[in-house]
Design a protein around this ligand. Structure first.
Ligand code: MSP
Length: 497
């Protein structure tokens, strides 16, 4: 696998984002999933020696936050200052390797949002009107009669209220054709592709202008030129992807925009696949290359959510097992676009099967044999026949880390099979040197391949092999240059009595 190195070689950039999280509650397993998918992608592209920028952050304005702050007996800003720490600390604990963390209360972000509104006022995309519709306080979204589900909010099922107020509007309707044209020109924009048809049909059904200001919401960014209004929280939030890069003027913006991948849950697909592109076209900016829409983690068949409180706390899982087991499970358990229930039994089965019996056992056997052998480890590559880096990289390029991880496991299993088929423990001299050469090199390469998914495990493997973690370029069989030294088991078997 070639990665750019030499001078004059252009280094591709890779800009990946998570949604910015509402701070009305602590992060849960669903929030962690979005951050983890983006993290795995960022780490993979760093392995390819690309210039990666990974952004995450928090969405701090609007009614939802005002309500949560009032419940906590705090002013919104004091509340968000407290809550944001829960996200920053959780991401650190889960080894999320973001390069920046944006808060929508950052003064630079607020200035950028006001600048966006001014630009749209100047280009005629914003006008003052009156809005009447069904409003869900919780989702901060207006719905039409048709969208309601038995008279209730179609997203969260809560009662909605009829609201009429003066509001500034964004001419979303104007962009209907441009958006459809974009979808037909770039069929990979929305991934997985199956999600695109529902969006396209909805856009074909007609786009209404979007109400983008509120007179009734005090906790928000003041609307330029009419400070009775605050800017609608979604209009403020979406801009984070460019304001964090210093848009309009920033160097980072020039380097990293357009985003390569926005990772988003299917519940916020519309905002990213229709409203965000329209905003970008209005501002004359390039559109992101991909929006990756993932499925939901469920608890007893229902979406885990902060408001329902029916969620799994990541810290409960990581303290019982490990951070890497949690990371592994989230990516491996379900295809990215599907929904899935969290199950402790399945988690344990994966730990005992894939992590302990496949990976942990392989390293343990190989390092034990190598320590005993003592001779020079050398030979001809044989196990490289089972290593499909191109195919792993292809899956990662298609933002499908779930399938990439399965492919990595095929190689781990091939290495275990090699130990068994050759009865390596019985080999002697040159035959043993050759088998160990193959196995140690395989383990070294496995460390690199699992590092985006399980960074701590990758480091432990390298420590036991006496090698440094390489890049994707080093995933080729070369001479083994480490010195094996047995350490702790990578994973503990869970007793399932
Ligand atoms: N603040 C908005 C996003 C603005 S982005 C410009 C928001 N925040 S959120 O905290 O409610 O959700 C953040 C992300 O977490 C969303 O992508 C959402 O889909 C994801 N998840 C929330 N619950 C989830 C599950 N139960 N399972 C998987 N992901 C989930 O929406």
């Amino acid at each position: 696998m070639r990665v750019p190195r030499s001078e004059g070689d252009t280094i591709p950039k890779f800009y990946v984002t998570t949604p910015i999280f509402y701070v009305n509650g602590a992060p849960h397993m669903g929030s962690a999933y979005a951050a983890l998918v983006a993290d795995v992608l960022a780490r993979w592209h760093r392995l390819k020696a690309e210039d990666v920028f990974f952004l995450t952050g928090t969405d701090e304005h609007g009614t939802k936050i005002t309500k949560a702050a009032a419940d906590a007996g705090l002013e919104p800003k004091a509340f968000t200052d407290q809550m944001v720490l829960k996200y920053a600390e959780m991401w650190k604990a889960l080894r999320i390797s973001n390069d920046a963390f944006i808060r929508t209360t950052d003064p630079d972000h607020e200035k950028a949002v006001q600048e966006m509104v001014r630009m749209m006022q100047a280009n005629g995309d914003i006008y003052l009107g009156e809005y009447e519709g069904w409003y869900c306080l919780y989702e901060e979204t207006f719905y039409t009669d048709l969208q309601l589900n038995e008279g209730k909010c179609p997203d969260c099922g809560r009662p909605v209220q009829r609201l009429k107020e003066k509001s500034y509007f964004f001419r979303l309707s104007k962009y209907q054709d441009r958006i459809l044209e974009y979808y037909s020109k770039d069929p990979d924009f929305l991934l997985p592709k199956s999600r695109a048809s529902e969006i396209v049909n909805r856009v074909k059904g007609g786009l209404k202008d979007l109400s983008i200001s509120r007179e009734t919401v005090a906790w928000g960014i003041p609307f330029p030129g009419d400070e009775k209004h605050t800017i609608y929280v979604w209009f403020d939030a979406l801009l984070n992807y460019v304001s964090a890069l210093g848009w309009p003027g920033g160097e980072r913006f020039k380097t990293y925009w357009p985003a390569d991948v926005h990772v988003v849950g299917k519940d916020i697909n519309w905002f990213h696949s229709v409203i965000w592109p329209a905003i970008l076209v209005s501002l004359d900016l390039d559109l992101p290359k991909h929006v990756l829409v993932h499925g939901m983690w469920l608890a007893d068949g229902e979406k885990m959510s902060k408001s329902k409180g029916n969620y799994v706390r990541p810290e409960d899982v990581t303290s019982k097992y490990s951070v890497d087991a949690f990371r592994y499970y989230l990516i491996r358990e379900k295809p990215i676009c599907e929904d899935g229930d969290y199950s402790d039994e399945k988690m344990v089965a994966r730990i005992n099967g894939e992590l302990v019996a496949d990976l942990g056992n392989l390293l343990n056997r190989v390092v034990s044999l190598a320590e005993k052998f003592g001779g020079k480890v050398e030979g001809e590559p044989e196990l490289d026949d089972f290593l499909y880096i191109e195919s792993i990289d292809k899956f990662m390029g298609e933002v499908d880390p779930h399938s990439a991880l399965e492919e990595v496991w095929k190689f781990i299993r091939a290495a275990n099979k090699y130990v068994n088929d050759k009865k390596v423990w019985q080999l002697k001299d040159a035959e043993m040197a050759n088998a160990l050469y193959n196995l140690l090199e395989s383990c070294r390469i496995i460390a690199i391949l699992v590092s985006p998914f399980m960074p701590d495990t990758a480091e432990s493997i390298c420590a036991q092999l006496g090698v440094k973690l390489g890049t994707l370029e080093d995933c080729e069989f070369g001479p083994f240059e480490g010195k094996a030294k047995k350490g702790n088991f990578l994973f503990k078997k869970v007793d399932v009595k």
